[in-house]
Ligand binder design. Structure first.
Ligand SMILES: NC(=O)c1ccc[n+]([C@@H]2O[C@H](COP(=O)([O-])OP(=O)(O)OC[C@H]3O[C@@H](n4cnc5c(N)ncnc54)[C@H](OP(=O)(O)O)[C@@H]3O)[C@@H](O)[C@H]2O)c1
Length: 236
């Protein structure tokens, strides 16, 4: 029988019950990964976990550094290892001219996109280093590199998360662990296509393509890829 790419690996997915998370989880689980699924609300994570063999749901607020570290340490203690962290916490505010953008938008997006990334990496970095083949992946937006002014707060927060990830990649250099960024446009899921069959989603990035890229980055096939932006917005 062919060996599965993530056999025996413990991979945490944050924001797992969002729009992208379930598609990523369904792509990684059949590769043999034991998945730890995190969000703030337990119920949608439990529903997802029953679809995935051995998956473990956990309600953790990643804005709480102590709770985040406790979750990571508990996983490492019980399983003896953590091999991956796919950080999918998301959210959006924007749409107003830059000179009118409310300060609250920045505060919210800074928390969602920057603080959760910092807390998660602080909690997981030593475990990913200990794995010898640890993987950290975030999904970012083209806005980080080419912002539009009505998305200033979102773009700046994504740029900060990207830079933090590249710094983590520098920390990981030579350890066997990697940290990478998948850059996407607006994401389209199968549910969105089904809900609006007539709509043109050709400039969106399909969630299945993102899941494929994440599966690749988590595998040994991407062992040499560290500190890179994998851009999936060719059609945009
Ligand atoms: N959707 C897009 O078009 C798009 C475009 C570009 C980039 N991205 C990025 O792709 C990734 C996935 O996107 P998505 O649309 O699937 O995200 P999402 O649905 O907006 O968010 C994913 C999950 O994050 C969880 N979350 C929020 N705050 C949290 C916290 N403090 N602690 C723990 N969990 C928290 C939420 O669950 P709870 O409410 O239960 O906590 C939510 O279900 C994100 O990083 C996003 O920024 C998305």
């Amino acid at each position: 029988m062919e060996r599965r790419a993530l056999e025996g690996r413990v991979v945490a997915i944050t924001g797992a019950a969002g729009s992208l998370g379930p598609i990523v989880a369904h792509r990684l689980a059949p590769e043999g990964a034991l998945l730890a699924l995190c969000g703030r609300r337990l119920e949608p994570l439990e529903s997802l976990a029953v679809e995935l063999e051995g998956a473990e749901p956990a309600a953790v607020d990643l804005l709480d550094p102590d709770a985040t570290s406790a979750w990571a340490d508990d996983l490492a203690t019980r399983h003896g290892r953590i091999d991956g962290l796919v950080h999918l916490v998301g959210g959006w505010r924007g749409g107003t001219p830059i000179e009118e953008a409310p300060r609250e938008d920045w505060d919210l997006l800074h928390g969602l996109l920057v603080s959760t990334t910092q807390n998660a990496t602080r909690a997981f970095a030593r475990h990913l280093l200990a794995s010898g083949r640890g993987r950290f992946v975030i999904v970012s937006s083209g806005q980080a590199q080419a912002p539009t002014h009505t998305n200033a707060a979102y773009a700046a927060a994504k740029a900060a998360a990207e830079t933090w990830t590249l710094a983590l990649a520098d920390r990981f250099r030579g350890s066997g662990a990697t940290a990478n960024i998948v850059v996407v446009g607006a994401i389209v899921t199968p549910e969105m296509r089904a809900a609006e069959p007539e709509r043109d989603f050709s400039t969106f990035t399909p969630a299945e393509e993102i899941a494929e890229a994440i599966a690749y980055l988590c595998s040994d096939a991407a062992a040499s890829m560290n500190g890179q932006r994998l851009v999936l917005r060719g059609a945009a």
